[in-house]
Design a binder for this molecule. Structure first.
Ligand code: BES
Ligand code: MN
Ligand code: MN
Length: 465
């Protein structure tokens, strides 16, 4: 029996244990956005480092200004000398609120019956604990059956991806030599559908801003002051409403600088994917694509930039009514970027846009969160063909080359700071409800993901460029 065949069998034989390990990890509420969970982030990092050390990796956690990193290197035998891969994933998860919409506690994982088979319930089951464990379990199966890995493997798991990976860039710069590799493998993306594997070739970038508008120096009675006093909610909503025109275009000056036209070859490739636009929207209770006129929903998702208000607060929102003119109103706003759009320029354009529109007696304060440019990967290398072949062997179907509307801030930094190309392969499904209540990962994704990585690692050993 070929080595990879044995490892595939071993992966299946290990599946119950693999689920138990994933459940342990999901039980740790490692929410990076909320400082109350910093201890749990550390616990998750230590749990992963210990698991990898148990497999024979040289593994540990590393301090940063934020949540710790997990770094591991395989120092044991390898079948081939290269390519050396650096696997990336994230152990942090999104907050679980609103808690009352979960059918079962977000951090109480279980294998339950879903619409299309068994599903793993829990926050992080798909994004990204289940996904990162597919790779760890693949290594486990290979090590247990062959005592070696097909190629040299290093692993970097961060704990701040959901907060914009702000400390990862500097960490890469400080540890360039240690993290040198030939190729990054990223398991944080989705399949095309539950039967069709995918390699993601494009991701959108992201700029996230928070703006706080202040008017009066205290909350006011809306009868005693209403009319004469400036209302910061009115000011803020007026400005936010001006960010789009009637055709769905973003009105910030210079916003479309660097947005490329979709090449015809890509347009054709995407048309052939036969994206079920109506069903995609119907699944979430919608019917009409809300982006720019003259672009299909798939183009709006993968190749066009956006501006969205992600949250807005101000004034009284408790039970009953309170006649108040608040002193402050604030909003969180994000822009998804494509092509060569410059995150810093867009942040500046947004701030200028707001400041220019502030009436007398109002001031604005800005907090900057994530910033990352869009990613477009070169799909012509030998690693891509090796991985496509391995995915086709596992799933019995060619891998689709797809775009993705989401962002993984660090992928651009791998290229810029380490000179590393990335291969983005994940097994999530569109309806996994990542970032939403009742997040799940299908058992078929978990098992197929583990088996896929066994095959991909094995195929990479013959792909050294
Ligand atoms: N894994 C997602 C991004 C993703 C989702 C890529 C689905 C492809 C398919 C990632 O964890 C994520 O949520 N990214 C954030 C980044 C932000 C918080 C800085 C995003 O896209 O909003
Ligand atoms: Mn993720
Ligand atoms: Mn996420």
């Amino acid at each position: 029996m070929a080595a990879s065949e044995k490892a595939l069998n071993q992966a299946d034989a290990n599946l119950d244990g693999a689920l138990e390990r994933l459940f342990e990890l999901i039980r740790i509420p490692s929410i990076s956005a909320d400082s109350n969970y910093a201890g749990d982030c550390r616990k998750a990092a230590e749990w992963i480092a210990a698991d990898l050390a148990g497999l024979g990796f040289e593994a540990g956690t590393r301090e940063t200004d934020g949540q710790p990193m997990v770094v591991a290197h395989w120092r044991g035998k390898t079948t081939a000398p290269g390519p050396h891969v650096l696997f990336y994933g994230h152990y942090d998860v999104q907050p679980a609120d609103p808690a009352n919409l979960w059918k079962r506690d977000a951090f109480d994982p279980a294998l339950i019956e879903g619409k299309t088979g068994k599903i793993i319930h829990g926050r992080g089951s798909s994004d990204d604990k289940g996904q990162l464990m597919t790779f760890v379990e693949a290594c486990r199966a290979l090590i247990q059956t062959t005592g070696e890995l097909p190629v040299p493997v290093s692993i970097l798991i961060e704990g701040e991806e959901e907060s914009g990976s702000v400390n990862l860039g500097p960490f890469l710069d400080r540890n360039t030599d240690e993290l040198k590799a030939d190729l990054a493998l990223v398991c944080d993306t989705a399949m095309w559908d539950r039967k069709t594997p995918a390699i993601t070739t494009m991701l959108r970038g992201l700029v996230f801003e928070e703006v706080i508008v202040t008017a009066a120096n205290r909350d006011l009675h809306s009868g005693l002051y209403g009319g004469a006093a400036q209302n910061p909610i009115r000011v803020l909503t007026h400005i936010l409403a001006a960010l789009h025109d009637d055709h769905g275009k973003v009105t910030l000056p210079g916003f479309y600088d660097g947005v490329p036209d979709l090449p015809n070859s890509v347009r054709k490739q995407w048309a052939a994917l036969d994206f079920p636009e109506e069903q995609f929207l119907a699944d979430v209770g919608l019917s009409v694509p809300a982006g720019e006129d003259n672009h299909s929903a798939l183009e709006q998702l993968w190749s066009r930039p956006t501006c969205d208000v992600n949250g807005i607060v101000g004034g009284y929102i408790g039970e009953g009514s309170k006649t108040v003119i608040p002193s402050q109103a604030s909003a969180k706003i994000s822009f998804r970027l494509v092509g060569d759009q410059d995150p810093a320029a867009i942040r500046q354009a947004f701030r200028d846009f707001v400041r220019e529109r502030l009436p007398a007696d109002c001031s604005a304060e800005f907090l900057s969160h994530a910033a990352s440019p869009a990613i477009m990967l070169d799909m012509s290398g030998p690693a891509v063909s090796a991985a496509s072949g391995a995915l086709a062997d596992e799933w019995g179907k060619e891998a689709a080359l797809i775009g993705m509307g989401g962002s993984i801030p660090i992928v651009g930094d791998f290229k810029r700071r380490l000179g590393l190309d990335a291969l983005m392969i994940g097994f999530a499904l569109e309806d996994d409800a990542i970032h939403s209540p009742n997040e799940k990962y299908e058992l078929s994704s978990f098992r197929g993901g583990i088996r896929s990585w066994v095959r991909i690692l094995d195929a990479l050993k013959d792909s050294a460029a």
